[in-house]
Design a protein around this ligand. Structure first.
Ligand code: HEC
Ligand SMILES: [Cu+2]
Length: 347
């Protein structure tokens, strides 16, 4: 191990043991901390420099020694120095911060997706295999986990300090965050945006497990139905299949393969169909009419909970052979059902 790494480990251990700093329990944590300590270091250097100069000058140029002020009319060298050095420091921080930002907010394509719904005042997690948890989240070590989050009421913010993860959870919009946990154990979840009376009680615990333990956990806590299977039921009970039955004479388009595709709308624009688009297509169908179809789909605003929408979205995703969908399904360890074949929506 490199000497700087040894020093780093020593520093972090000392800080966490003395409860001055959260633990580093995700792959991104050391990167976030490196930037943080860089900022801290230049701040301390600046503080010491300015403090020393103020102190030194006020002694050296005090009134008794220099009763009459001596005017200095500018120094190009001095001014260039105190412009260029801070400029470089700011640019370094900017580029470093931007790189880190993109890393933190761009989930890898092979990430395992878990849904999180925030509401006053609890966190609900929904695994693709149908496992539901409240104020708890079980994840395995060693693989990237993506959280697709939405709020059922007001603004919340999902934060796991030990993973250096935090993101707003917004009503009406999916936001994502990802991490890869490194160390089995339990870690705090916080809501970090004031959201009403019991905001401070909107907390929970992430349990990080070895992949084998996680596998066991998913089998033990299965509800018997995956999210997609719940969605299939909803699709039938809400009458979606009256129009979307995959047949050529159906009034609504065949939804097989629609996820991940580009739709042409009646106004001529193109839309990429992702989770957010599907959710919006169900709640506000009139906002974007698919070209070639009549605007007959009713709005389902106020009739489906966020959990129900997640189920429907997951179901529509399975109606095809896109790799992301495969990924979502294979992570559902308890879900033995094969992906539904395209067009297999029963009328
Ligand atoms: C009365 C018939 C009807 C019902 C019921 C209906 N839809 Fe639709 N749906 C349509 C039509 C027609 C379109 C295409 C025009 C448009 O975009 O509104 C559409 C579009 C969509 C789209 C956009 C994707 C695409 O290929 O255009 C989705 C997603 C969708 N429906 C899902 C659902 C779900 C889920 C339900 C049940 C909660 C449902 N629909 C109920 C008729 C219907
Ligand atoms: Cu909250």
């Amino acid at each position: 191990m490199h000497i700087s790494q040894v020093l780093w480990q020593f520093l972090i251990k000392w800080l966490t043991n003395s409860a001055l700093f959260p633990r580093e329990a995700s792959t991104i944590a050391p990167y976030a901390d490196a930037l943080y300590f860089f900022l801290l270091t230049i701040t301390v250097i600046g503080l010491v420099l300015v403090g020393t100069l103020i102190f030194g000058f006020s002694i050296r140029y005090r009134k008794e020694k220099h009763p009459v002020a001596e005017q200095i009319e500018g120094s190009t060298l001095l001014e260039a120095t105190w412009t260029i050095i801070p400029l470089c420091l700011f640019l370094i921080t900017f580029v470093w911060g931007a790189i880190l930002y993109f890393r933190i907010y761009t989930p890898p394509a092979n990430a395992m997706n878990i849904y999180v719904v925030g509401k006053q005042w609890m966190w609900k997690a929904e695994h693709p295999g149908g496992q539901h948890e409240i104020n708890a989240l079980h994840v395995p070590t060693g693989r990237p986990i993506q959280l697709t989050m939405i709020s059922q009421d007001v603004f919340h913010s999902f934060s796991i300090p030990d993973f250096r993860v935090k993101r707003e959870v917004i009503p009406g919009r999916y936001s994502t965050v990802w991490f890869q946990a490194t160390t089995p154990g339990t870690y705090h979840i916080f809501c970090t945006q004031y959201c009403g009376t019991n905001h401070s009680a909107m907390i929970g615990e992430v349990t990080v497990m070895n992949p084998e333990d996680y596998q066991k956990w998913t089998q033990e806590s299965t509800s018997g139905m995956s999210l997609a299977q719940n969605g299939e039921r909803l699709f039938a009970s809400m009458g979606c299949n009256a129009c979307h039955n995959g047949s050529a004479t159906a009034r609504g388009p065949n939804l097989a393969g629609v996820y991940g595709s580009k739709l042409t709308l009646t106004n001529g624009s193109q839309a990429l169909v992702d989770d957010a688009y599907l959710r919006d297509a169900i709640l506000n169908p009139s906002e974007h009419i698919t070209s070639g179809y009549a605007p007959i789909m009713p709005t389902y605003q106020g009739q489906i909970s966020e959990d129900g929408l997640i189920d429907l979205v997951e179901f529509i995703k399975t109606l095809q052979s896109n790799y992301r969908v495969q990924e979502t399904l294979t992570t559902a360890d308890s879900n033995q059902q094969a992906p539904t074949t395209p067009g297999a929506v029963k009328p």
